[in-house]
Ligand binder design. Structure first.
Ligand code: ZN
Length: 119
């Protein structure tokens, strides 16, 4: 049973305390909230552009890309922010736990190797 001994040791070494796990969940929640705020910011920018374009076209003027350069750049910056937030989210979510055995499992695990529960 050497393998199982080793596994048990590894599992207990990597197991997190309840408060550490709680802070992981809080971290994911915070990141999700931040992402929603940034997504709202992007929607506001879309609206600004939409109003501007509508106003211009109503008077049958053309709208050039140059006129909207600042807004386009702003949206690109927001998109970058969302991308990096999503990376952090993936990292934060990577940690899975078996609630029954109280052990930490890696991201790809679908069934707990100890009790066989679906994760
Ligand atoms: Zn388990």
């Amino acid at each position: 049973m050497r393998f199982l001994d080793r596994f048990t040791t590894t599992a207990s070494n990597s197991a997190k305390t309840l408060s550490e796990r709680t802070s992981d969940f809080i971290e994911v929640g915070k990141l999700n909230m931040k992402r929603r705020r940034i997504e709202d910011e992007i929607i506001e920018k879309y609206e600004e552009i939409g109003q501007y374009v509508y106003g211009r076209l109503k008077k049958s003027n053309n709208v050039s890309r140059e006129e909207l350069y600042q807004q386009l750049k702003h949206i690109e910056r927001i998109e970058e922010k969302i991308k990096s937030l999503e990376k952090n989210l993936v990292e934060a979510k990577k940690i899975k736990y078996c609630r029954a055995c109280d052990i930490e499992l890696d991201d790809e695990t679908r069934y707990c190797p100890i009790c066989g529960k679906l994760i």
